[in-house]
Write a protein that binds this ligand. Structure first.
Ligand SMILES: *[C@@H]1O[C@H](CO)[C@@H](O)[C@H](O)[C@H]1NC(C)=O
Length: 408
């Protein structure tokens, strides 16, 4: 019994943290880098839990109360690109053990270059049959230093990488016109909505970020519009400044789809042309009057611009150089923001703690279910034993009866 349970728990732990692990975006500027421990945790993976049917405060910017260490930001070089790691566990990134446990892939393992599985690749859990089916991921930016001031309407998608998540390293392109951040930096978010292959969940992670080499002071246009499903009909797409995709949560969804896509699968709104997102830097997100000169971070010079060419080679073999079309949204619309869609209470920062508690609760629930299942199996066994004993008894009884008859 004890061994069985131990084995079961070991399997459970493997399922949660091992081979089939989910994926998250990693960078020293991320929230929840160390998970829930409060101390350095080189093996943290609290952040990889997917978000599904949660109240707003539990999915919004996952783990907002565990900010990165002071001075840690993603540097966004205007007109350049920045590097992010996708992994199932911090241990499988360059942020742990000097990269000792990393590979080309998100889980430290090796796979063929044309890795594919018609029944969905689950290890790592990329929610795709092959790279061409990887849904796409995105980065968004809000010009607020305090994460409590970030709303769905002021968090604007500025970069998309098609056919990701796939390999561990992704380069995202930064619009050349991205203006500089306030002195304490901006808040960024990473998003992924997988395309089928399992639970239709989403990812929404927070980072501290800042723009370097900014040349423009035209702000990112807010409020951003919610993106819309427009597969195969570009004129139906929402252009310009767009919110991230929020769906399949208990509250705060900004996208609802029904029916099937052109492939015949259930529609899944992703960071791709099906939702009007082009690959690469989103160059059509600006508008409004320049903000008063503010920043001291604009020429921090700390970032090493990476080549966009390299980015294309690295992670988007199937993507075209379809740069966004225009920067035409120079309308004089005011940068004023709409009221917050959710109450302050709903915006209460979520902690890794809460996430951990939720995971623990789920684990307990699974264990309880397993316990019940084992009890049922035991009862079944007992019942079968009884039935067998009854049969034997009846057989023996019959035998005796026969004997008895005979002996008469
Ligand atoms: C494309 O979208 C536009 C705008 O929503 C709509 O008017 C038009 O009928 C759509 N075309 C097709 C072929 O569905």
């Amino acid at each position: 019994m004890f061994t069985k349970r131990t084995t079961y728990l070991a399997l459970l732990a493997a399922a949660l943290g091992g081979a089939n692990a989910h994926l998250a975006a990693w960078h020293e500027g991320m929230y929840c880098l160390n998970g829930n421990t409060g101390n350095q945790d080189l093996n943290s993976y609290d952040i990889v839990t997917p978000l599904y049917q949660l109240p707003f405060r539990d999915w919004w910017c996952t783990a907002t109360s565990s900010p990165p260490a002071a001075g840690k930001y993603i540097d966004l070089p205007a007109g350049g690109s920045f590097k992010i790691e996708i992994a199932s566990n911090r241990a499988k990134t360059e942020l742990s053990y000097g990269g000792r446990d990393t590979s080309e892939w998100p889980d430290g393992q090796s796979y063929p270059q044309d890795y594919h599985d018609a029944g969905c690749i689950t290890s790592p859990n990329m929610h795709a049959q092959d790279q061409s089916r990887a849904a796409g991921t995105a980065f968004a930016i809000s010009y607020h230093s305090d994460i409590k001031d970030v709303t769905p309407e002021n968090l604007v998608v500025f970069s998309v990488r098609y056919n990701t998540p796939w390999k561990r390293i992704i380069y995202y392109d930064v619009p050349a016109s991205l203006p500089s951040c306030p002195p304490d930096g901006c808040t960024c978010a990473w998003g992924w909505v997988p395309n089928g292959c399992g639970q239709p969940n989403m990812y929404h992670q927070a980072f501290k970020c800042r723009v370097s080499n900014a040349k423009s002071s035209v702000p990112v246009k807010v409020p951003a519009a919610a993106p819309k499903w427009c597969e195969g009909n570009e004129s139906a797409c929402v252009g310009g400044s767009k919110q991230m995709i929020y769906w399949n949560q208990k509250e705060g969804n900004n996208v609802v789809v029904d029916g099937r896509d052109r492939r015949g699968d259930f529609k899944s709104p992703g960071y791709n042309m099906g939702m009007g997102f082009r690959d690469g830097a989103q160059n059509d997100i600006f508008g409004g009057s320049p903000a008063p000169a503010s920043s001291s971070t604009s020429s921090s010079g700390g970032s090493k611009p990476t080549s966009t060419q390299g980015a294309k080679v690295n992670n988007a073999p199937t993507s075209t150089a379809a740069g966004s079309t225009s920067t035409s949204s120079s309308s004089s619309s005011s940068p004023a923001e709409t009221p917050k869609a959710f109450s302050e209470k709903a915006q209460r920062p979520q902690s890794c703690q809460r996430k951990r508690r939720r995971a623990a609760a789920e684990r307990r629930e699974m264990e309880a279910r397993e316990e019940v299942r084992r009890e049922e199996v035991k009862r079944e066994e007992v019942k079968r034993e009884e039935v067998k004993r009854e049969e034997v008894k009846r057989a023996i009884g019959g035998h005796h009866a026969v004997h008895a008859k005979r002996s008469f």
